[in-house]
Ligand binder design. Structure first.
Ligand code: NIG
Ligand code: FE
Length: 402
């Protein structure tokens, strides 16, 4: 039997170049795990294949969630209630809540317990057609804790039809053992924790939280030099709650992405453009923290900085179980077009993970990861709020069901 499959009777929003780049009445040919050919059906090259009629569906690349913290234990709805009563995220963190409360729960959980919770959340995202996911550590903040989180992230890819990229976010907060000694903690991460996790093959990239309630630009600089010495790409939570200068540190180190960016200004955007760094926008955290300052979308467009969109799935600022909902929120809250939003969870998200050679658009040579949606126009993906759209999902050339 041939390992060539052909999907036809569909329209394709290929997202080539970060635009819809539509092929009407398209056919997609996959050989094994990769796309061999895509184009108008009437010029489909002849040959043997297993043919699948998609019934007039719209096909998009599989969605990519390029910023999640989905491996954690516990939940923080009590903090949500405190914020509704007027407490700020920073005040809650200063009183031992926030990241440190998830740290306590995550350290106490077994690897199997963490895996159970992570699988449950990942399956929710998969229902929206997600085929690739980034997962950060950052709730262990010591070697056993960070290792446990990253191992769970790796195991997700063994259990689900999903590409997983792991990011070490040991510089997420100062753990209790190092209270008041942030520099010493960063030194420990650079010289012991990170090298050990890299040796174990658990780390694809390094991230940090650059904020007054976490780490300074100088401390991030130190971490990024260590990451580079280990041959790892970097990314950064930057300019989320204040303008601290993290974005420019990220650009100086040619980071894959700078994420959040509500307080970034024009000079920061210019630096991102020069460095080829992707801006990752996170509308759920913006919404949940009731932030009034918007990321500089107009400047990002003017300087042609690619904009990705992600869930930021985490128990504090973004308990998100739908990536598709982020498209709607980015359009309404940040003024993205529906096309920019879809590019943000496909091609630009792939770039934010350093995966654009193999993922993010429907082009020959890339993985045959795609979703056939039962919709009339691609903009419907940013239009419906929640729920489950009827669709078929193909991962690495094979139809999957969830
Ligand atoms: O991306 N900013 C830091 N990290 C998360 C929040 C994590 C938490 O509160 O647990 C974020 O918003
Ligand atoms: Fe985050």
């Amino acid at each position: 039997m041939t390992d060539t499959r052909c999907w036809f009777h569909c329209h394709a929003a290929t997202m080539k170049g970060g635009h819809y780049s539509v092929i009407e009445d398209a056919a997609i040919l996959a050989r094994g795990e990769r796309i061999a050919w895509i184009g108008p059906r009437d010029v489909l090259p002849p040959g043997d294949c297993q043919a699948v009629d998609l019934g007039g569906a719209w096909v998009t690349p599989g969605l990519i969630d390029c910023h999640t913290h989905l491996v954690f234990a516990g939940e923080r709805s009590a903090e949500f209630e405190l914020r509704l009563e007027g407490a700020s995220y920073a005040e809650i963190a200063a009183h031992g809540g926030g990241i440190l409360s998830t740290l306590r729960a995550t350290r106490a959980a077994s690897e199997e317990q963490l895996l159970d919770g992570a699988l449950r959340r990942a399956r929710q995202l998969l229902r929206d057609g997600v085929t690739c996911l980034e997962v950060k550590s950052g709730y262990g903040l010591d070697l056993p804790g960070e290792r446990k989180q990253l191992r769970v992230a790796r195991r997700l890819a063994e259990r689900l039809p999903l590409t997983v990229r792991t990011t070490c976010l040991a510089a997420h907060a100062v753990p209790p053992e190092y209270a008041g000694r942030a520099d010493a903690y960063i030194e420990h991460v650079c010289t012991e924790l990170l090298p050990a996790l890299v040796d174990e093959g658990l780390v694809d990239a390094v991230d940090a939280y650059c904020e007054h309630l976490a780490f300074s630009p100088e401390q991030v600089e130190r971490l990024f030099r260590a990451a580079e010495a280990l041959g790892l790409p970097v990314k950064l939570h930057a300019e989320q709650l204040s303008a601290l200068g993290g974005t420019r540190v990220a650009a100086r180190h040619r980071a894959l992405s700078a994420d959040h960016l509500e307080y970034a200004g024009e000079a920061d955007v210019v630096a991102l453009a020069k460095a080829g760094t992707v801006a990752v926008l996170l509308p759920a955290a913006f919404y949940l923290l009731d932030e009034s300052r918007q990321p500089p979308v107009e400047a990002l467009r003017r300087h042609a900085v690619p904009m990705a969109l992600a869930s930021d799935l985490n128990p504090g600022t973004a308990p998100v179980l739908s990536l598709r909902l982020m498209l709607a929120m980015a359009c309404t809250s940040f003024g993205l077009t529906a096309e920019e939003a879809l590019a943000g969870v496909t091609l630009h998200a792939a770039r934010a993970l350093g995966l654009a050679d193999d993922h993010g658009s429907l082009e020959p040579g890339k993985y045959a990861d795609f979703v056939a949606w039962d919709i009339h126009r691609p903009a419907e993906l940013a239009y419906w709020l929640g729920g489950e759209l009827s669709r078929r999902i193909v991962f690495h050339g094979k139809e999957v069901s969830h």
